[in-house]
Write a protein that binds this ligand. Sequence first.
Ligand code: ADP
Ligand code: GLC
Length: 511
Amino acid sequence: MNVLSVTSEMFPLVKTGGLADVAGALPKAMSAHNIDMRTLLPGYPIVLERLAPPTKVTDIDIFGMECRLLSSDVNGLPLLVLDAPSLYSRPGGPYVDEHGRDFSDNWRRFSAISFAAASIAEGLTGGFWKPDLVHLHDWQTALTSVYLKYTFQSRIPTVLTIHNLAFQGKFGFEELENIALPEAAFGIDCLEYYGAASFLKGGIQTADVVTTVSPTYAREIVTHDLGMGMDGVLKSNKSKLKGIVNGIDVEVWDPSRDPCLISTFGPESPERRAGNRNYLMNLFDFSGRSGPLFAVVSRLTWQKGIDLLIDAVPHLVDSGGHLIVCGEGDRALQDGLRVLTKHYPENVAVSIGYNEGLAHLIHGGADFVIQPSRFEPCGLTQLYALRYGAIPLVSRTGGLSETIIDANDAANAMETATGIQFHPVTTTELEHAIDRAFDIFGQPTLMRRLQTHAMRSDFSWKYSADRYADLFRGLVSVSPKVLPLSDPRTTRQPSLVAPSPTSSIAARVSK
Ligand code: ADP
Ligand code: GLC
């Protein structure tokens, strides 16, 4: 079976968050199911720079613009790239300019990639490769199923995965000029959403199946509290809504051979984490001090509860803990964290920016990783923390609630606990959870047991890839063929970009 995955980011080429990790890992996992998943990405400069030399598949006219569809691969994963310099060739990230402002033509940039995806699904690259199903991710590519239904009247099956309902791709109708959609698509049954157009709503209405990245979040988003205003639309599409929890790429995140670690280790040798912990303590000028090392690796946003963390830091420090934050995001939260480093220079350090290598090292050395999210569709950070033996301290919401087993008395007695959960998501409850972390830290046997269980938890893609494969097969009804052993997709490829080795981490850390 051939599946076209359409995404606005993909590790290791371009990443702002967990979507990239999922889009990069899922195709690898699907190849074990004899599913040939190719990924279509916008041709941002960073993508074009990092690609193996591409070949042109075809020219494509998108809204009157002459564009090219390129084919290449990364780490053995096949890619299609939409080369449209007037849309993508500019400084900044995938969604924002170099000053952090949304590009004003994001509606056109992501309509274009969706139009290209629909064209491929309809046979544009027919002689080269043709999908049997299209898998879409978030609002940026959700318009694909709208094009397929309204512009092409296509019957190819589509699956839309919602990674984060907070982002809905809302634009005024007056902005959306010339995007090759008929009038009917702008009505209440499709794009219209409170007087504007929502690309995500259009996708939800037109995709055959809508998934989100954990069963708990699938239940939460049909409620008023976490439905972000889209709960009514989701409720009326409930019969096609499913939750499939994310996995992690256990080759990219492998503490036994991670080049970003000072000291590699595994579940049988958690004591070797000390090398990474000592390195971090030195790097952030905490060396020679006792007390647990807490860390946060996160986008710095309201979703992630960073304001609650800031309020809880005095308690953490007064109790004798240390904290490293690696993240970037809202200016006010960045400033709030910087103020804390001035107040508590011996206990709090902040590395503002995106630093993949440091993220790996933190997971390999910190005692606890804190995630006080107000909502969390799945969350990958806590899964990386588990695999690297850093005990996750998380709010009980979304994917966090179903991937972490709280160290309550019953779970400790059964020896199944892997972390600490708290609820409701308030500073007071976060402080209580921090107290529990101190308590566990003060009991080395319990701490070691938790670490070992955490590291033995299996959050590889295996389980969830089975769910996706069943879903795709059900929609396409194609019987599986066996991959020949020599197929390159069955062999492991060396990893390409991604984490910078530890040598470059120090240079990028600021306090
Ligand atoms: P979200 O996608 O909502 O940001 P996830 O937990 O699913 O949350 O994924 C976040 C991903 O981004 C993880 O791979 C995490 O390691 C990474 N990440 C977040 N902030 C940073 C940062 N400042 N530097 C490096 N990696 C980061
Ligand atoms: C989103 C969510 C996060 C999830 C990630 C990958 O960014 O915020 O919880 O893990 O997508 O699905």
